[in-house]
Design a protein around this ligand. Structure first.
Ligand code: SF4
Length: 294
């Protein structure tokens, strides 16, 4: 172990047991917001009381996609955009698992957009955490489905003219049972939201706004990661239950954060079991319920 790593040996840090410390140092740039989300996620896992042997994390490709590799959980780093179908297979093969998809906005909503829409529609029992930094970080700062109008990207050097997704509205419209948005400034609220999402059956979704200083901020002359966290602090308003149609984001616009949706719907597994029990006139539960109960 390097001297740098050895320094951490004696430090009591509640997050460290959740990390594969042999993989540290991580690849993220100084000021990147992804590490803060991991910190919140580790704390949420502790607070959730979940058996970590039954928690799996699945990531796609991209800077956020590296999260699965750093967490000391059963983790899967899958192909670009396919984290949700992979996670769906995992959940259906073993309903006792709590399956978390942890990925970026480009991975989840561009190449993976179709999978997101259908998993939410079906109320597949997954928790999806999207770190939204408004760009493709790992591949060089191309325009993403979340890049605000007017923002400059390598593939939009004169400013983006494509309308971005409003992610909470998309998740809500598709049927997600839990939808929240926070930023990396709101660490306590984000931790609480992650815990709530982990414990709620069905398709739960959290958007986390996080800075990408290397590509998005630099190209748009917005300063560094700390400057963006100050922007999150100054421009965010907490509005629980806000109409998700009204929470779209503009370039450095006001931000609405909060828990927007918290509703009940049968999960896909529960629906299937109920449906076939009715159709076949017998108790049908070959794969268990949403939590794998017999
Ligand atoms: Fe973070 Fe951007 Fe660096 Fe990727 S490129 S690690 S998103 S700062």
């Amino acid at each position: 172990m390097s001297e740098d790593l050895a320094r951490f040996e004696d430090v009591e840090n509640p997050v460290m047991p959740y990390l594969r410390q042999e993989r540290i140092p991580h690849i993220w740039c100084p000021g990147c917001g992804i590490g803060t989300t991991v910190n919140c996620f580790a704390r949420a896992l502790t607070e959730s009381g979940l058996d970590l042997d039954k928690v799996s994390i699945v990531s796609g490709i991209g800077c956020t996609g590296r999260v699965a590799g750093y967490m000391r959980l059963d983790s899967f780093h899958t192909t670009h955009g396919r984290a949700i179908p992979f996670a769906t297979g995992l959940k259906l093969a073993n309903p006792r698992l709590k399956v978390v998809v942890y990925s970026g906005d480009g991975d989840l909503f561009a190449i993976g957009g179709n999978h997101f829409v259908h998993a939410a529609r079906r109320n597949m029992d997954l928790t999806v955490i999207c770190v939204n930094n408004s760009t493709y970080g790992m591949t060089g700062g191309q325009v993403a489905p979340t890049t605000p109008l007017g923002a400059t990207q390598t593939t939009m050097p004169y400013g983006n003219f494509e309308n971005p997704f409003n992610l909470p509205f998309l998740a809500d419209a598709c049927g997600a049972v839990y939808v929240a948005r926070w930023t990396v400034f709101h660490v306590k609220q984000l931790t609480r939201a992650m815990k709530e999402a982990l414990l709620k059956p069905g398709f739960t979704f959290i958007e986390v706004l996080a800075p990408c200083p290397t590509l998005y901020l630099r190209r748009n002359r917005l300063g560094d990661g700390v400057d963006q966290v100050k922007y999150y602090k100054e421009k965010s308003t907490i509005k629980h239950g806000a109409d998700t149609k009204e929470v779209g984001l503009g370039f450095q616009s006001d931000i609405v954060v909060g828990k927007f949706v918290d509703r009940e719907r049968p999960t896909w597994l529960d629906s299937m079991n109920q449906h076939f029990s009715k159709v076949l006139g017998t108790r049908f539960q070959p794969w268990g319920g949403s939590n794998g109960e017999d």
